[in-house]
Design a protein around this ligand. Structure first.
Ligand code: GLN
Length: 558
């Protein structure tokens, strides 16, 4: 199974499945726990993938509000999925497809379409077996060609929405050889007022799991600290599992440290042994320590990035936060991100930006906050503050330049201002006819051709890049001529589409119509983010260097 390349699949051993459920409450970070375990299995030489089950009725996350659900993560194939998939991609270092996000909407849609097509030959179509069979099929297909597949069920055990999935997992386990399936239940272990670790919530949630016919093999207790031995023993006794199968998952300062914690607790080794894979796994001393090295890089100094967005919720911009962390690992700096309300900025003007070393204007939809974003771009451009514009941020950089440099009064994106005299950003030509809101976007990975001898070329070190997209509007070809001979150049294109902009003579002014944040990984930071943070470091060092020089000059003259 593990091979030199770590990617070959030996079908004789079949897939192993880790089914992850959550108890007590959502938001415990069971996705991170599962992804971390997956990462360690990968380090041990196994090819690991993941499936996220979202028991909601939406077909995909494309139409969901980031304020409720966090960002919509975009996959290579254009799938608009739950942000947990982003965590799996970042932790496992794999690229997944839409098939790795199973939703109730997708499953029901498929089954109902089959029913309408007469595929069920007059039978009564039911949750059991038709929906459950479809769920099992999807899991099996997503796991194909890998050694271990982690299946995380969103929500909390006991939710009505989750029931068909848990039943499907029960059947799945029943159909598989026992050593191929492991149930992991992640639960909360709170402290009582007098500082005691309380196991009752865990006992109740395991009772709930068992009432559905499932028995956890492993219990992971999320707690402020490590679980005490006596807490583990209590959980083991009441939940009927060995004490060795109870693991702590205490709070850590950075999610990237969770794999280190999981390894210290020995969860990865336990899983390997339970799967009977001990002989196949690389011996511990041969496992790569790359992850540990990356995420524990010494940090020397910190930089402050202003993120000018609409949502006061870190999860709404998760991949951007992560990309900045990846750049920080690479460059050995702590990247602090402070959110600036784009809406408020129009009133407070630029004072909120003044303490920032660099500015990011992220993607977004709709009118709210756009004037603030345009102001942020202007501030960055005029004050030579390193700037990165992503998707809508790229578009607003074009609008700002059109208005304030080219003198195209009231220029705007037709998305925000359909009657603008200068729609420098307009709808994609092929979509004039398409009315339906869902499914009209340019999504997923597309190639951008990069002009040599540009900043884009310097960053990507290549004449092309493949990045993920999610947009409906783009630079209007009717205005290409207006940008000719300007210091603002489009250094990346895809046919007639403008994909990258940069401003000559500015320390770092870079915008992308695509979303580079979706492909950034620890150890493989996204070039535009790396470029931004590097420019910020240079600028701040330059400043202090200049100050130091000024000071020493003062010394001489006095
Ligand atoms: N709203 C813009 C468009 O549809 C930008 C989208 C985005 O930032 N993801 O083109």
């Amino acid at each position: 199974m593990p091979t030199e390349s770590n990617t070959e699949y030996d079908p004789s051993l079949g897939n192993k499945f880790i089914f992850v459920t959550g108890g007590v409450m959502s938001g415990l970070g069971k996705g991170i726990t599962a992804a971390s375990t997956g990462r360690l299995l990968k380090n041990a030489g196994f090819d690991v993938t993941a499936v996220k089950v979202d028991p909601y009725l939406n077909v995909d996350a494309g139409t969901m509000n980031p304020y409720q659900h966090g960002e919509v993560y975009v996959l290579e194939d254009g799938g608009e999925v739950d942000l947990d998939l982003g965590n799996y991609e970042r932790f496992l270092g794999v690229d997944m497809t839409s098939d790795h996000n199973i939703t109730t909407g997708k499953t029901y849609q498929h089954v109902i379409e089959a029913e309408r097509a007469g595929d069920y030959l007059g039978k009564t179509v039911q949750i059991i077996p038709h929906i459950t069979n479809d769920i099992k099929r999807r899991i099996r297909e997503a796991a194909e060609g890998t050694d271990v597949c982690i299946v995380e069920v969103g929500g909390t055990v006991g939710d009505i929405e989750g029931m068909p999935y848990l039943e499907a997992l029960r059947q799945f386990a029943h159909e598989e050889p026992e050593e191929n399936v492991l149930f992991v239940h992640v639960t909360l272990v709170p402290y009582s007022k007098n500082g005691e670790q309380k196991t009752k919530p865990t006992q109740h949630s395991v009772k709930e799991v068992r009432s559905i016919g499932l028995q956890p093999d492993v219990i992971v207790g999320r707690c402020e600290d490590r679980l005490e031995r006596s807490t583990k023993e209590k959980i083991a006794l009441f939940c009927d599992i060995p004490t060795e199968a109870v693991f702590s998952n205490p709070d850590v300062e950075d999610v990237y440290h969770v794999p280190l914690m999981v390894e210290e607790e020995g969860l990865d080794q336990y899983v390997i042994e339970r799967f009977g894979l001990a002989d196949e796994a690389l011996p511990r001393e041969e496992r790569t320590t790359e992850w540990r090295e990356i995420v524990t890089t010494e940090k020397d100094g910190e930089v402050d990035i202003a993120l000018v967005g609409k949502y006061d919720l870190e999860d709404a911009y998760m991949s951007i936060h992560e990309s900045l962390k990846h750049a920080g690992f690479e460059l050995g700096v702590e990247v602090d991100v402070h959110w600036v309300d784009a809406d408020e900025m129009a009133d407070h003007h630029t004072e909120r930006l003044e303490r920032a070393d660099g500015i990011i204007v992220p993607g977004g939809f709709g009118m709210r906050g756009t004037e603030g974003k345009i102001e942020a771009v202007q501030y960055a451009r005029e004050n030579e503050v390193p700037f990165l514009g992503l998707c809508l941020g790229f578009q607003m950089a074009v609008v700002e330049y059109a208005r304030n440099v080219l003198g195209l009064e009231d220029a705007h994106s037709a998305e925000m201002e359909p009657d603008t005299p200068h729609p420098v950003i307009d709808i994609l030509p092929e979509q004039y006819e398409v009315e339906n809101m869902g499914g009209t976007m340019r999504l997923g990975e597309h190639v951008t051709v990069i002009e040599p001898e540009t900043l884009a070329y310097e960053l990507y070190e290549d004449t092309s890049c493949s990045e993920r997209h999610r947009h409906r509007y783009e630079v209007n070809p009717e205005y290409f001529d207006d940008f000719e001979d300007e210091p603002l150049i489009f250094s990346g294109t895809a046919g007639n589409r403008m994909e990258i902009l940069e401003l000559e003579g500015h320390p770092f002014f870079f915008g992308t119509q695509f979303h580079p944040e979706y492909t950034s990984r620890p150890g493989r930071p996204s070039p535009p983010f790396l470029g931004l943070v590097e420019a910020v470091i240079e600028e701040t060092e330059g400043d202090s260097g200049a100050n130091a020089e000024a000071e020493s000059e003062t010394e001489v003259t006095h």
